[in-house]
Design a protein around this ligand. Sequence first.
Ligand code: FES
Length: 312
Amino acid sequence: MGLGSDMAQRTLDRLLNAIEGDGRLDRPGHRLEKGLAFAENLLGVTRGRARGLLHGVWLGHPLHPVLTDLPIGSWTAALVLDLTGQRRAARTAVGVGIAGALAAAATGLHDWQHTHDNARRIGMVHGTLNTLALGLYGWSWLQRGRGHHLRGRLAALLGYPVIMASGFLGGTLVFRHRIGVDQSGRQHEPLGFTPVLADRDLTDDRPRRVRAGDVDVVLVRADGRIHALENACPHLRGPLSDGWLRDGALTCPWHGSRFELSSGESLNGPATAPVPCFQTRVRDGWIEVRRAPVAATAPPGSALVRQQEVRP
Ligand code: FES
């Protein structure tokens, strides 16, 4: 690694550490969170559906990072179009970017309200930079519409490094803080049936934490069936065994994601990935679990499938 890149990395690290350690961001963050919760409650019965929509549960993937490509791509296009003197097309690109940025803001705020500590502070600065960039591009769009092309170009030129810096912080949230990443530990699941609990010790409708090999598993007996899911919520590893059952789904105690018992599918956000499920059986009075076959979910030839193929 060169000296220059070493220095750049150290500088960025120092900058990120400074943001993460800045407690002054907590008070406005707390106020914003309360405002968001209030706005969410106004949605009444549609709240759950809106939540799932904004988090990207319907997509099986967080929606926010998908939408952020729109402003970044459009505003990059606007920069090139400005350089080549294509005024009308540049204004259109700025406008498309603004629409995308508003959609990205709605989804990002929704994801942010379920973060904590350092990630929450990075998210605050990320959001502030996005707001600044949105303001600059909004002004740019207006100025262009009034025929002040030079002012419009200047505002866009100022907004571009702001959105790039914000994009860097967005990446930090994913790669450093694992926000939006599936946090379940599916690679350690037991491949053969493993006894975990005496059958008589599992009470109806009461989640119970057990250990299967290296993995924490939550057992639930509901409607005469025994379900087994990994105990860590895919969102931020909340302990599902501390959660509760409602309408046949297991609710995470930390931020309220609900998971279907048989499939582990997320029914609302913030978790968008499913919880890994286990097969269960009762032998000699013991509940046994093993990883559910992965062939249906993993691509043929993947590491997980190969791993399973070598076991009887
Ligand atoms: S840890 Fe956030 S919903 Fe479970």
